[in-house]
Design a protein around this ligand. Structure first.
Ligand code: PHE
Length: 468
């Protein structure tokens, strides 16, 4: 049972936590959480989110870490080793990051572009925004196929480089610096955001409970939207936590990590709210813009701040860039890890650098396609009825594979192979009650929540308003 994987291991528990927390904190925390919370009932949303974190987030994180560590494999073989019939869960978990990397790389490229633009403003160089209207500036960037492709390519090359350096020497070393830096940048930006005149309106928008939503339908709607947000935010159901779990030492206390990671991710989401929404309100703008908030609304805020604007703009986009790159690294690593398993198993070939380059090339091609689509501005065919290719890729991964994979995984460990992970969960753990808690939640709570999340996602992607 004590299989160690052949690919490598984290050097320390701290390094593992920084890598996994860094992977979890991403663009989802920065724009998704704050605005969904504001739109979805403020304090009520937060309350339901927290309950879901404990009943579902912690439990599924534990399940994925345990499957990874027990098998010592990437997601495909990890589920296959539990039961051959479960291989399709592994296959789904391998496919999801393949879709995510396409649009995430493009968004990562956007973060570099805005970092450069604010640096340009700081130095009064022509690369800056130079007071242009943020909406027009953003549009001219994403419609420019050459420019947005170039930034996507730079971003993908960076993640390939980090992963090619290996688990300890690349991912862990980078995250040990980047993840704490992310929290520090966040505190700096918050200090500025909440002291702007009019910022308190934003704090109210986030926190004041909207009791009108406290109806059965409203609650179901909130559970499905908070649940979907939480899953994406914790990178669950996508093979990522399984992969990072497969590099964890047998000496580590898994339940402790499974509590710490979701807590850190939730804290980051809340901090992100305080870093962004008050500034948006102070500038008299609307936070309900979704992704546009990061690149349009907030840029307007920085452009209106006068001389200090570019400085805070830079601080902010460094933060967004770190959040994006540590997440993107985990997505590509999930793909690489399983690809390494396959090559080793089938061809007895296991050169990490070569396989990283091949998987990276694949990611690059996808990223270029999504960038060329220019958020749907070039009349490319609409796939699955989505207005942009970004949405199509997101629908396939976050919208369908993620909840379906997680639902079947919960059925597997709650019903079919009940108790299979017990030894892995209790190994060297002080949290003795966790096994029972895990068993109860994975059996009775996770499956119905996953069904609600799945329905919520489909309804949202196709504008069906099932719960609204
Ligand atoms: N968890 C990351 C975020 O919050 C995104 C992500 C999702 C990354 C799924 C990898 C896989 O943005």
């Amino acid at each position: 049972m004590k299989k160690e994987n052949t690919k490598g291991q984290w050097g320390s528990t701290f390094g593992f936590l920084m890598a996994t927390v860094g992977a979890a904190i991403g663009l989802g925390n920065l724009w998704g959480f704050p605005y969904k919370m504001g739109k979805g009932g403020g304090f009520i949303f937060l309350l339901i989110y927290l309950i879901l974190v404990f009943l579902v987030g912690v439990v599924v994180t534990l399940q994925e870490l345990a499957v990874g560590r027990k098998s010592g494999k990437g997601v495909l073989y990890a589920y296959g080793s539990v039961d051959r019939r479960a291989s399709f869960i592994g296959l789904l978990g391998w496919l999801a990051p393949l879709f995510i990397i396409g649009f995430y790389s493009m968004l990562g490229g956007y973060t570099i572009k805005y970092l450069v633009a604010n640096l340009g403003d700081l130095l009064h160089a022509p690369l800056g925004v130079n007071g242009a209207d943020s909406e027009a500036y953003f549009a001219s960037f994403y419609q420019d196929q050459v420019e947005s492709t170039v930034y996507t390519v730079i971003f993908v090359l960076l993640i390939i480089f980090i992963i090619a350096m290996g688990i300890r020497g690349g991912i862990e070393r980078f995250s040990t610096v980047a993840t704490p830096a992310l929290f520090i940048m966040m505190l700096i930006v918050i200090a500025r955001a909440v002291t702007l005149p009019g910022a308190m309106e934003g704090v109210k928008f986030m926190l004041v409970p909207d009791w009108k939503l406290f109806t059965p339908k409203g609650i179901i709607n909130t559970i499905s939207s908070a649940g979907g947000q939480m899953f994406f935010s914790l990178s669950l159901g996508m093979g990522i936590t399984v992969t990072y779990g497969s590099y964890v030492s047998k000496k580590d206390d898994l339940p402790r990590s499974a509590i710490l990671i979701p807590l850190a991710d939730t804290l980051a989401a809340l901090l992100a709210g305080f870093a962004t929404i008050p500034a948006v309100f102070a500038a008299g703008l609307d936070p309900r813009q979704g992704p546009g908030m990061l690149f349009v609304t907030l840029q307007t805020v920085f452009s209106s701040m006068g001389a200090a604007g570019p400085l805070f703009g830079m601080a902010f986009y460094i933060l967004v860039f770190i959040a994006a790159i540590t997440s993107a690294v985990s997505v590509l690593e999930a793909i690489v890890s399983t690809s390494l398993d396959i090559c080793e198993h089938r061809f007895h070939y296991s050169n990490r650098v070569v396989i990283t380059l091949l998987c990276g090339l694949f990611a690059l091609v996808e990223g270029v396609f999504v960038s060329l689509d220019g958020l749907g501005s070039h009349g490319f065919p609409q796939i699955f009825n989505q207005s942009t290719w970004l949405d199509t890729f997101d629908l396939l991964s976050e919208g369908t594979i993620m909840p379906i994979g997680a639902l079947f995984a919960a059925i597997l460990f709650g019903w079919i192979k009940r108790g299979y992970l017990d030894d892995e969960i209790s190994l060297n753990s002080k949290h003795t009650g966790m096994r029972k808690y895990f068993d109860f939640c994975i059996r009775w709570i996770v499956p119905p929540v996953m069904v609600m999340v799945l329905l919520g996602q489909i309804s949202a992607f196709f504008g069906l308003k099932w719960f609204a």
